[in-house]
Design a protein around this ligand. Structure first.
Ligand code: ADP
Length: 543
């Protein structure tokens, strides 16, 4: 027997329709690449998203065709999010931090028909425009007055504001199967070519509901959200969807991701919730610290993408009254899988115990199931000790890569994340490593993330990466690569002594090297593979 409720497909357009009708005056504020602060509302974004949908039709874009963007977080990008997906085309967000060769590869692989871009990326566009095979239109996301003097270098360059202005917005969002593809995002491809992850309207909507929950990003209509996480990678963790769903005010920081620019927006716009990777918060905290500032409205900050050091969590809480929501996920998971919110029993626990809970990668958000397995594929216990490969499943977890790249990724219906983790009896998951980064010393695993977290708690350390270095006896031993804070001093001996009593003695790194910079990838993560290349053949003093 079927239930007798209405059949309404879960479509991305419904989010902006809802926001227009119920939160139409709520503001969306953007720091534009033109240099100013721009203010609009959900009502106006809904209108212009319909104009975008009409403009795509006028350009000949058909259902299911891919339309790419190369843009910062901003209101025009948001209009495209809804205009493209809402019309039935597929929104392909391209990460501008990728190498031009990779961008050409991705655009060809996706068969992008149109590419919208922020003027910041004009040099990049010139480098790729003549090389892509399918892009028919290049659209600069600005008014005619901001087109570059050398616009003729890309023949047929179009102007976004003119495209939008040519349409009247009298457009009814089409209805279609909720399993239709809505958007496409490529993984960063640390090794090999990037692979495409194709989200559906249904997966996106379900993820949005879950992401907004109190034990996840915890966003409501009274909030003001500033996603530092980029709209060009994994849909800014879904914030661009959950803000219109909840009616929260949205603040989009554009290219201004330095501590000063972010802090100014936090304060001037009354931001209550934000989300970003640890490296971004480092810049912000350094600025706030150096200038002895406080956050007057900020209450919560979601941190993920790589492990958030406990020292950062306690600094946010103790010095600034900001609660960190440590979250874990990946492109293949839309991206959120777990978030470190308390259970009832933690409420009255000691600050140390609460910090320990907040420092885990969190527990499964409803919709995502997880398990850890040993080398034989058998499930391991949730005892906080056993660590193994982390597998996940759920309605917003990938089932196949775009164009079946890499074959069937699933193992008995579960997606192997490539992370190594343990899970506590209370269900909190702790990533010990990416399987590619594991250090295997005498057959035993050493968790590099634990070592990095300890090093980063040292006041002189800005960033630390722990990598495996070859050892004749133990096969691999940990080598700590450290970038010091500007003007700070610390010796190798002092740093190694800092590990005393915090970990098993044999986990202590064998050596420390100081570097000027640690390479970061396109999503702000430390590129340990590059460090491993750099220190290949490094002779440990213990060898
Ligand atoms: P890519 O950089 O390949 O696009 P993602 O951006 O999807 O990958 O990143 C996913 C990976 O980032 C995860 O598999 C995990 O290794 C790492 N990661 C994400 N969040 C956390 C976290 N909170 N702690 C530790 N690692 C994390």
């Amino acid at each position: 027997m079927y239930g007798q409720m209405m059949q309404q497909p879960l479509l991305i357009s419904s989010l902006i329709v809802h926001a227009e009708r119920h939160h139409g005056e709520r503001e969306v504020v953007s720091r534009r690449v033109e240099g100013d602060i721009h203010r609009t509302t959900y009502g106006q974004i809904a209108q212009r998203a319909r104009q975008v949908a009409q403009a795509l039709g006028a350009l000949g874009v058909r259902d299911g065709e891919r339309v790419a963007t190369l843009a910062w977080n901003g209101y025009r990008h948001m209009e495209l999010y809804f205009g493209i997906s809402g019309s039935g085309a597929v929104m392909h967000t391209v990460n501008p931090r990728l190498h031009p060769d990779q961008i050409v590869y991705i655009a060809d692989h996706a068969e992008d028909q149109v590419m919208f871009f922020d003027m910041t990326f004009w040099p990049l566009i010139q480098a790729v425009a003549g090389r892509t095979k399918t892009v028919k239109h290049w659209v600069a996301m600005c008014g005619r007055e901001h087109l570059p003097a050398d616009a003729a270098k890309v023949p047929g360059l179009l102007c976004y504001e003119e495209l939008v202005a040519a349409q009247d917005g009298r457009y009814a969002w089409p209805s279609f199967d909720e399993n239709t593809a809505s958007s496409l995002c490529y993984t960063s491809g640390t090794t090999g070519n990037p692979k495409g992850v194709l989200y559906s309207h249904r997966s996106t909507l379900l993820h949005t509901f879950a992401a907004a929950l109190p034990d996840c990003l915890d966003v409501g209509a009274a909030d003001c959200v500033l996603p530092v996480v980029p709209m060009f990678h994994v849909n800014s963790w879904g914030i661009v969807y959950l803000a219109p769903m909840t009616g929260a005010k949205l603040v989009l920081p554009g290219a201004g991701l330095d501590g000063k620019s972010l802090y100014e927006l936090f304060e001037s716009e009354g931001v209550t919730v934000s989300a970003g990777v640890p490296t971004v918060w480092q810049g912000l905290l350094a600025y706030v610290d150096a200038n002895k500032l406080k956050f007057s409205t900020m209450r919560r900050s979601a941190i993920g993408g790589s492990a958030c050091p406990p020292a950062m969590i306690s600094k946010f809480l103790d010095d600034y009254g900001v609660r960190v929501i440590h979250a874990w996920g990946m492109t293949e998971m839309s991206p959120i899988g777990t978030a470190a919110a308390f259970k009832a029993q933690h409420v009255d626990q000691s600050p140390e115990r609460r910090l320990a809970v907040m420092s885990t990668q969190g527990r499964a958000v409803y919709g995502v199931d997880m398990k850890i397995v040993g080398e034989d594929g058998r499930e391991l216990p949730w005892d906080g000790q056993a660590s193994g490969d982390l597998l996940v499943r759920g309605p917003w977890v990938i089932s196949r890569y775009f164009r079946d790249e890499g074959g069937d990724p699933l193992q008995d219906g579960w997606f192997p994340t490539g992370d190594v983790a343990k899970i506590s009896p209370e269900g909190y998951m702790i990533i010990t490593d990416r399987s590619k980064d594991v250090i295997k010393s005498g057959g035993e695993w050493i968790g590099s993330i634990d070592l990095e977290n300890i090093a980063m708690a040292h006041p002189a350390v800005a960033m630390a990466a722990c990598i495996a270095a070859h050892h004749p006896k133990w096969d691999e031993r940990p080598l700590l690569v450290v970038m010091k804070k500007p003007g700070a001093e610390v010796t190798k001996e002092e740093l190694l002594a800092f590990f005393d009593g915090k970990i098993a003695k044999w986990w202590t790194p064998d050596d420390v090297v100081f570097v000027d910079a640690i390479p970061l990838g396109a999503t702000g993560k430390m590129q340990k593979n590059r460090l491993r290349d750099q220190f290949r053949g490094y002779k440990l003093p213990t060898a």
